[in-house]
Design a protein around this ligand. Structure first.
Ligand code: HEC
Length: 312
């Protein structure tokens, strides 16, 4: 009988003397392991990077959407009264001030009204020349009324129409010495707040809701949008043609977006949205890099177009 017939095919004793030969057996297993781990990694790469990002965000960051707001029509303002107020306007300002502001800022503007006693910081003493948050210039004070200084307890007075706000500010200016109002300040205010246009601040809705609405209305034929497009085509003299040539790549898209998102009539909303995603507005990205003043000019021009195309 052949002894060799029952010999192991693999002689392990021999093998262990030269273990490098074991590699031949281990290699396929190792390869399989690497491939499986690789697939698992690639499959969960989203989760891995997602975890990284959320760790970097402090817990205090809360992302909020725009709130719902009822819009209003603000009549155009005679620019002359931004600089020089007639007596009746100052008188009107006084009445408004006494009714609305004096409870905090005091009858003489010394910041000593009873309702402000508990506030910290105290309501501004209008006769003090330092410590102001937005500055004592007309434009600075107007900004305060427009936006408020909410963290410090000064509310925004958006419900007052521009003329009433100016009236109050002119009255406040009679209570102390204030810096002179310059022409460039007046035009800057006009640019920022669109004084020379009647402005309809439309109802504001959260961006999320607005996005849903655009999608829903996307397929509708909107007459005003066509009107806006034709307006740019045929009324070249009335519009700032240069703006449209410089920045607009898709007028239909721009007109539709402006038409459907009435909250874009607010400059800051417009700015944030356009700077983040100009293409979505049919605008080129050059616009996103423009300085604030240019953005304001463009915004005003768009608002003009939309108000002209609004067939009521
Ligand atoms: C509930 C109290 C309160 C009422 C009412 C109020 N204010 Fe104020 N106001 C404040 C407080 C508090 C500050 C200080 C804010 C700060 O220091 O940043 C302030 C600051 C100001 C400032 C200076 C902002 C700056 O740049 O420092 C102006 C201007 C102003 N108010 C105007 C008005 C006018 C006009 C009215 C009426 C329409 C009014 N306020 C009504 C509490 C009030």
């Amino acid at each position: 009988m052949d002894k060799n017939k029952y010999r192991d095919e693999i002689n392990f004793k021999e093998l262990l003397k030269n273990p490098i030969r074991l590699f031949g057996f281990v290699f396929p297993g190792t390869l399989l392991l690497i491939v499986v781990v690789g697939i698992l990694y690639v499959k969960s790469v989203n989760d891995i990077s997602f975890n990284d990002i959320s760790k970097a965000l402090p817990a205090s960051v809360v992302i909020t959407d725009l709130e719902m707001k009822k819009g209003a029509t603000l009549p155009a303002v005679d620019l002359a009264i931004v600089k020089n107020a007639p007596v009746e306007l100052i008188q009107k300002g006084r009445e408004l001030y006494d009714a609305t502001c004096s409870s905090c800022h005091g009858a003489k503007g010394l910041g000593d009204g009873s309702a402000g006693a508990a506030l910290n910081p105290k309501p501004r003493n209008f006769t003090a020349t330092s410590g102001w948050t937005n500055s004592r210039s007309m434009i600075g004070m107007y900004k305060t009324l427009q936006e408020g200084i909410l963290k410090n307890g000064m509310a925004a007075y958006e419900y007052l129409i521009p003329e009433e706000r100016l009236a109050i500010l002119h009255y406040i200016r009679t209570l102390a010495e204030f810096p002179e109002i310059t022409d460039s300040e007046v035009s800057d205010m006009d640019l920022t707040y669109g004084f020379s246009n009647e402005i309809t601040t439309a109802n504001q809705i959260p961006v999320k809701l607005a996005a849903e609405k655009i999608i829903a209305e996307g397929s509708k034929e909107i007459t005003t949008v066509n009107y806006a497009i034709n307006y740019v085509k045929y009324h070249e003299a009335d519009i700032d043609k240069e703006i449209f040539e410089e920045y607009v790549v898709n007028l239909k898209r721009l007109a539709t977006t402006l038409q459907n998102n009435t909250n874009l009539s607010d400059f800051n909303t417009f700015k944030t949205a356009v700077v983040n995603d100009p293409l979505n507005f049919g605008l080129n990205s050059r616009l996103a890099r423009q300085p604030e003043a240019e953005l304001k000019r463009v915004h005003l021009s768009f608002m003009n177009l939309i108000s002209k195309s609004n067939i009521k």
